[in-house]
Ligand binder design. Structure first.
Ligand code: NDP
Length: 323
């Protein structure tokens, strides 16, 4: 098989395409021949060392394809089934990948494999954030950063479908237009405008009930300053670097705020939770409430270029590698 490997952490240049023996599924595993691989920002954290990996390692958590072999004891899937997955073992940047059967989901009819690979991890993230971590209430204003990105596009559409007043941020006018087209009621250009001041203006001084911040370091103060009394800061990513530590007294002084730092793994920890979250994503897609934009695809051999584009903020929507 062909796979991306890294033996040191660093920039995209540490990613090499290598030939490896085809793996065989062990007990409880399935072997998936992938037709599309999802690129996620977390892959850059693994590559850079922000989230440590044991090296040498593969990279990537998400993909979709056909089951070609099932290990001992697997009853959930059989060869020929179309599946998608969005959690470890890390190493999805490959044409073949071993997955624990309990961590994969069946792709429903009517959803193609590229869409599944573009939607599953990012869609389940939107699902757990908006419905379980800090459930959005109809009519309340919420702030969603990086709204034209992979997770951001899905969150904007889903929050709007839930009846929220969506205040989005984006890094360029073109990305702002994209966020508006997807349903954002207001878009702030966070590279040029003062986010907290704009949010206060839009909300008549009140601030937002919840803010979903995946950008981290550069947006932290603006997000904090945008929250309404008893509002919730959901910090779920570090695209611009990790946010600073939070002093509890500050949360009090700014209006009895809540702060949480969730991760998808804790909201899809069981197979039942995984199935429910994936079903919610595919259900919204089938209902036409959420569209998945595959903004760019790269051949597996061009993985370095995919990472460069993602980190240079040149991507919109989801990014796929094609084996
Ligand atoms: P995106 O497609 O959203 O790409 C990241 C975007 O962040 C960029 O396009 C850019 O949009 C924005 N950004 C702002 N500042 C920077 C910067 N300095 N460098 C790079 N990008 C910047 O990626 P994903 O959809 O894959 O992931 C979005 C975020 O969600 C990531 O932070 C990821 O870690 C997080 N995440 C967290 C999960 C969890 O369980 N906690 C699960 C899944 C994702 P713009 O140009 O508009 O500013």
């Amino acid at each position: 098989m062909r796979a991306i490997r890294l033996s040191a952490t660093g920039g995209p240049e540490v990613l090499d395409l290598v030939d490896l023996p085809d793996p065989e599924p062990g007990p409880g595993q399935i072997l998936v021949r992938q037709s599309a691989i999802g690129v996620n920002y977390i892959d850059t954290y693994h590559r850079s060392g922000l989230y440590p990996l044991r090296l040498p390692s593969g990279l990537g958590m998400e993909g979709a394809g056909d089951v070609v072999a099932a290990g001992e004891g697997v009853e959930r899937f059989a060869p020929g089934d179309r599946v998608a997955f969005a959690s470890g073992p890390i190493g999805a940047y490959a044409d073949l990948h071993l997955v624990d059967a309990g961590r994969a989901v069946r792709i429903p009819e009517g959803v193609d494999e590229r869409t599944a690979a573009a939607a599953l991890l990012k869609g389940m993230t939107a699902e757990f954030l908006l419905l379980r971590c800090r459930p959005v209430q109809p009519g309340e204003p919420v702030l969603i950063h990086a709204a034209a990105g992979g997770v951001g596009q899905i969150m904007v559409q889903w929050a709007r479908a839930l009846g929220a007043e969506v205040i989005a941020t984006a890094g360029s006018p073109a990305k702002a237009d994209r966020a508006r087209a997807l349903g954002a009621h207001h878009v702030i250009l966070y590279g040029e405008q003062d986010v907290a001041a704009e949010v206060r203006r839009i909300t008549g001084g009140a601030g937002v009930a919840a803010a979903y911040d995946s950008v981290g370091a550069s947006t932290f103060e603006g997000t904090l300053g945008s929250l309404a009394r008893r509002g919730t800061f959901v910090s779920f990513g570090n695209a611009s670097g990790p946010p600073p530590a939070v002093e509890p007294g500050r949360l009090m002084r700014l209006g009895s705020l809540f702060f949480t730092r969730p991760t998808l793994g804790d909201y899809t920890a069981t197979t039942a939770e995984l199935d429910a979250s994936a079903a919610a994503v595919f259900g919204r897609i089938a209902a036409g409430e959420i569209s998945i934009e595959i903004g760019q695809t790269f051949p597996l051999s061009q993985t370095r270029a995919a990472h460069e584009a993602l980190e240079a903020r040149q991507t919109v929507g989801s990014t796929l590698l094609i084996p």
